[in-house]
Each structure stands twice: as C-alpha cells, then as structure tokens.
Design a protein around this ligand. Structure first.
Ligand code: ZN
Length: 232
C-alpha cells in the first residue's frame, strides 16, 4: 500500500485552508483524511473516521480544547473542514467515568458539546477517539486487517504480524462500551502505535498527522503481506 504523504501537498493544504481561517491541525487532518479516503482498500467496508485534538476559540473568544472528528454524511475522500465538527474534549472525557451510557444519550452528549450546534453528528466512534490521549488518530475498516482478524486464529495472526506495535481489542459493537474497552487495552500497552479491533478495523496514533497516517499505511501493508504469504 503506497504512502502518499507529500510535504508539498501538506503545505499547500495548510496554506489553502489557512486563508479561510482554518488552523494547521485541522488543515492537515483534512489532508490525510482525504489520502485515506482515496484508497479503496482502506475504506471499502464502511469507511472509517479520523480525528485531531486541537484548540479553538468559542464565540466568547475563550480557548477551548476540542476534538475535531469526522461527522456523519461526509465522505473521507472529499472531506472538508466542516466535515470534522469540533466537540468540547472536556465534556467528552468526563463521560469516561460513567459505568454505562446508552447510544441515545451518547449521541445527545456529543451534540451538546459541539462548538457549532448546526454541525453534523460526530461519528459513532467519537468517544473512542476522545478517550485515547493521542493528538492525531486514524481509523479505517481496512480490507487486509479484516481479512486477517476475521480468521479463526485471527488474534494469533495479528499478534504474529504486529508484535508489541499494536494492541488487540476484542470485538464489541461500536459505542460507549467499545470506547472504554479500547482505552483499557491501550492503558495496558501504552507504547503501542495502534489498536486492531478484531472483526472491525484498525486505529493508528501519532503526534503529527504524518506519523498517524504513515503508521496506518505501514500497519495495513504488513497485514497485506502476511495474507499474500499465507496464500502461497
Ligand atoms: Zn470503525
């Protein structure tokens, strides 16, 4: 799988969006989300979602820590900044202390914490992004990772391919429970570069947009190579 990162294109995105008042974090988040969305082998099975943690000003001029996370109704391949609505991070993180949260209450709390109340609904996987500490998080339902982890010995295969680079999260429907579980798994493997959610997809993390993107490409490529080797 090709790494399509280009310093020139990244700088052009920062400049283009910057002229419209969009900060560098969100500009680069849009740039690499489009790179992921343009690769069908990464997003064929229901796409994925991405996020960045950054600081924005609310209407009163106060600086607010937010999670810009993919919203519903946007295609990753053609996403623009409004497709990554800003959600107050503090309001999301506080939910982690709850023992449980229904899907309806989760959607409501995500909307209540939007900086712009007219923004699209943040992804159903918003809390998973919010509960993890990393600045840039990339997630797709990559074909190769699904093909590997869907096998009867999928967990063992993933462990063989990734070693300590990736921690494995057992299958759970997306929602509050999965977000808490992913954070628990991460806390036991704080040096991992990503998570494989068995029968679901892959997450990669990074301090920069480039790190998270290149890790995702590398991790998925490794699954791809292992599958090709297995078929021989
Ligand atoms: Zn997913």
């Amino acid at each position: 799988m090709d790494n399509l990162w280009s310093d020139r294109d990244a700088r052009a995105a920062v400049k283009r969006y910057g002229a419209a008042g969009i900060g560098e974090d969100l500009a680069l988040r849009v740039y690499t989300t489009r790179l992921l969305g343009g690769e069908p082998r990464l997003v064929q099975h229901g796409g994925g979602n991405t996020s960045v943690k950054t600081v924005m000003q609310d209407l009163t001029g106060d600086a607010v820590e937010v999670l810009c996370v993919k919203g519903s109704g946007w295609d990753m391949a053609s996403i623009e900044p409004p497709g990554l609505p800003a959600v107050r991070l503090d309001g999301l993180r506080r939910l982690a202390s709850l023992p449980s949260l229904s899907d309806e209450d989760m959607v409501n709390m995500q909307r209540r914490n939007l900086l712009d109340s007219t923004a699209p609904n943040p992804s159903v996987e918003t809390l998973l992004h919010a509960f993890l500490p990393h600045k840039f998080i990339d997630h797709t339902h990559a074909n190769a990772v699904l093909a590997l982890s869907d096998q009867p010995d999928g967990a063992a295969l993933c462990a063989e391919v990734y070693g300590a680079r990736v921690a494995l999260v057992p299958y759970l429907m997306p929602g509050f429970g999965l977000a808490k579980l992913a954070r628990e798994v991460f806390d036991k493997h704080p040096d991992c570069e990503g998570l494989v959610l068995l029968k679901h997809g892959i997450f990669s993390f990074g301090a920069t947009a480039r790190d998270a993107y290149e890790r995702l490409i590398d991790l998925v490529s490794r699954a791809d190579h292992r599958l090709k080797r297995g078929r021989k």
